[in-house]
Design a protein around this ligand. Structure first.
Ligand code: COI
Length: 357
């Protein structure tokens, strides 16, 4: 059994940062709170559980994470309710997914109790950073890196786990222009596409920038083998609505992130009475559906993204507009229900909310 004692550094008030003046301009992931949670893995166990002042991490230049990519992370959000409580959304699922990423990257799993106690204690200390307006949250970034100085190609024997917090607004603009990548891929079967590891995101930057240069907000990846079936958008999973039936990429292939918001969207839609199909969806069927008017909406789901409508897809040198570049009825219905649960405006029928304070 791990020792769950978390030591907390005392930070004098004079060293605390001034809080943001207005919630309107906080952006996403730009403002860091005062403290961070850290734990070290040495000699086969997690130790030194600490909450200390947010500070740079000093590592040897040969640390494994710099050379061989042993880095994993999670994304979570804490929501301030109208009556001032702080809610986490399905946090145990993030801890479980973090450990799946760890396993794939030959990194040690972390006891979910360390992950969750560290996170809750940190949030209690930092609760005054939580924005009040709906749509704004504390974005939570848990991460783990291989820290052992070792230039030989092998898994690190030492790791650092840390959690940092950012009061944030939404990650994406209100409606997305998406670029479908035909030439480049994000992940291949048998690869590490379902792990939240830095390499998956680093590898997407080149095409992401090409898309941005052309005026698009994000890239929709197609499958590596046929360049035909839609996969995910890197920062979110994707859904399409055909004649009120909802389609999303299945999880069977190990090429997409198993989104917790994706899973929540599926459950909410099924409870509304809609049919949700987790089926491989060819891009040509999507484009045909748009031309024939059977594809009525598309949206992405992710922690940072929340639920975000897709207004157009660039594919084979043409922009294909979805629902007149407007948010669709089902997308709106889902967004309202999810936010109501997350912000505690309605009773949570699923047991997804964990009240921190
Ligand atoms: C998240 O949605 O939390 C993610 O980890 C995606 C990231 C690219 C912002």
């Amino acid at each position: 059994m791990q020792n769950l004692q978390i030591s907390v550094e005392n930070i004098p008030d004079s060293e605390l940062k001034p809080k943001y003046k207005s919630e309107d301009n906080i952006g996403f992931g730009q403002i860091k709170t005062d403290r961070m949670f850290t734990a070290s893995y040495k000699e086969g166990s997690w130790q030194d559980l600490t909450i200390s002042k947010y500070a740079p991490i000093i590592l040897d230049p040969t640390a494994v994470c710099f050379h061989y990519g042993q880095t994993i992370f999670e994304g979570q959000k804490a929501f301030r309710t109208q009556d001032g409580h702080i809610n986490l959304f399905r946090p145990e699922e993030n801890a479980a997914r973090f450990n799946l990423s760890a396993k794939r990257m030959m990194m040690p799993e972390i006891d979910p109790e360390i992950y969750l106690s560290g996170l809750k204690k940190l949030l209690i200390l930092e609760k005054d950073w939580a924005p009040k307006s709906e749509g704004s949250t504390i974005y939570i970034r848990p991460a783990m890196i291989g820290t052992e100085p070792s230039i030989g190609l092998r898994a690190s024997n030492e790791y650092l786990f840390f959690i940092i917090l950012f009061p944030s607004k939404s990650y994406f603009p209100e409606i997305l222009k998406i670029y479908v990548s035909e030439q480049y891929i994000r992940a291949a079967p048998g690869g590490m596409g379902s792990a939240k590891t830095g390499g998956n995101y680093g590898g997407s930057l080149f095409v992401g920038q090409k898309a941005k240069d052309k005026g698009y907000d994000a890239v929709l990846w197609l499958d590596a083998i046929h360049r035909r079936y839609v996969e995910e958008v890197g920062a979110m999973n994707i859904f399409f609505v055909f004649n009120e039936e909802i389609y999303t990429t299945p999880l069977e292939s190990d090429t997409i992130v198993h989104g917790i918001t994706r899973d929540s969207a599926i459950k909410i839609f099924r409870d509304f009475g809609y049919t949700v199909r987790e089926e491989a969806l060819p891009i040509d069927k999507i484009i045909r559906g748009l031309k024939e008017g059977t594809l009525t909406e598309s949206f992405g789901t992710g922690t940072a993204a929340s639920i975000v409508p897709v207004g157009s897809l660039y594919y084979q040198e043409a922009d294909h507009i979805i629902n007149n570049f407007q948010i669709g009825t089902l997308t709106k219905k889902l967004t309202e229900r999810l936010l109501d649960i997350q912000y505690g405006n309605i009773e949570d029928p699923y047991g997804w909310i964990v009240r921190v304070v």
